[in-house]
Ligand binder design. Structure first.
Ligand SMILES: *Cc1c(COP(=O)(O)O)cnc(C)c1O
Length: 352
């Protein structure tokens, strides 16, 4: 081994879901929104002034911060925006998780958390979900360097209520508690009201799922001004101009169109509920998902076999091979009614 090899930072990267590029396929593997973004996004793109691209963008992305703050009735100094919530979460790990004590998160959860912790050399300890995939709040009462969990959790789809989150906050007043609300718009209640009471709470949301903008990369954190300021200081010490000008303008257009947002999320919820009924009829079982995906297992067919078969029919769902606890599960994103109809028909053939 060469001397320099020893000095390279070694990381095991997060593996995102496949992005196959086929003309006719049903893509239910990365929880993207099946509907286009708000109509005003297209107008903004058409009318974009390219002479502005010469200039650096506003490093504070203030237009977008303002639009988000207005939407959630917060002050501008309570909002931090970044390049997808992955960027925001990584920035939050870097800013807030600096203890010798381990940070805590569930053993079955968003698989980026352990990747960031490893990369940033943050000690962590995963806490096992119970046999029904529920988070046990007692696991979060031990000494720790911070807490993070998604609500609803991914890939289980299970939502906890605000009393549960408040319980965790009460037990952890000396560390930062991050609630990753990537899927909260699909039927959950946001922890936003708790911001008034707990200054150590940070809520992270994204435009990738409920606002159909995964390709534009916008995420944001909401919290007390001291936390937001701390994240900003870290960001400006790393890369000031993360949000490009088109993304800022597109984000503003998307967040302001509340009626389109309501319409599409209600549509996805309705399709999800219909899909639950059909999957149950086919012998699948699953926790009651409050997200835009369903995490399923089948009593007589192996998840991996179903996954491989669906692929031969150009239907892509997500299979997590690396965590033994969920090796017999598939995560199926909610598409359009037509796509889900087709999925059900193909499953029906296979499960004969
Ligand atoms: C999708 C997802 C994110 C990140 O989404 P971005 O596209 O980076 O905004 C974060 N957390 C969870 C739990 C997710 O599922």
């Amino acid at each position: 081994m060469k001397e320099w090899e020893d000095k390279i930072r070694k990381v095991v990267p997060y593996v995102p879901g496949e992005q196959p590029n086929k003309k006719h396929m049903i893509k239910l593997n990365t929880n993207e929104n099946p509907y286009p973004p708000a109509p005003k996004v297209k107008t903004v793109i058409k009318e974009m002034d390219d002479t502005k691209f010469r200039l650096y963008p506003d490093p504070t992305a203030n237009a977008l911060v303002k639009a988000i703050a207005e939407q959630y009735q917060l002050e501008e100094n309570q909002v931090f925006v970044g390049v997808g919530s992955d960027d925001v979460l990584a920035m939050a790990f870097l800013t807030f998780f600096n203890s010798d004590k381990p940070i805590l998160f569930p053993d079955i959860t968003y698989s980026f958390y352990d990747v960031w912790a490893d990369m940033l050399r943050i000690p962590y300890q995963t806490q096992p979900l119970d046999e029904n995939f529920q988070i046990c709040f007692m696991d979060y009462e031990k000494e720790n360097g911070g807490v993070i969990f998604p609500n609803p959790n991914a890939p289980t789809g299970i939502l906890v209520n605000l009393d549960f989150i408040e319980e965790i906050l009460k037990q952890n007043q000396d560390v930062i508690v991050i609630v990753d609300e990537a899927y909260i718009d699909f039927g959950g209640i946001s922890a936003l009201p708790l911001l008034k009471k707990y200054e150590n709470l940070l809520i992270v949301q994204t435009f990738s799922k409920s606002r159909s903008l995964a390709g534009i990369r916008i995420g944001y954190a909401m919290g007390n001004p001291a936390l937001i300021q701390a994240m900003q200081d870290v960001k400006y010490s790393f890369n000031s101009y993360t949000m490009n000008l088109p993304s800022i303008q597109i984000g503003v257009a998307a967040v302001q169109d509340t009626s389109y947002f309501e319409k599409t999320r209600e549509k996805i919820i309705a399709t999800r509920e219909w899909t639950k009924v059909k999957l149950k009829e086919l012998g699948f079982s699953f926790a009651d998902s409050m997200t835009n995906f369903i995490f399923v297992t089948h009593k007589s067919y192996a998840a991996k076999d179903i996954f491989e078969y669906l692929k031969t029919r150009d239907i892509y769902v997500r299979y997590f091979s690396s965590n033994p606890r969920i090796q017999n599960y598939l995560r199926i994103s909610i598409g359009t009614d037509q796509e889900m109809d087709c999925l059900i028909a193909v499953l029906k053939e296979y499960l004969k």
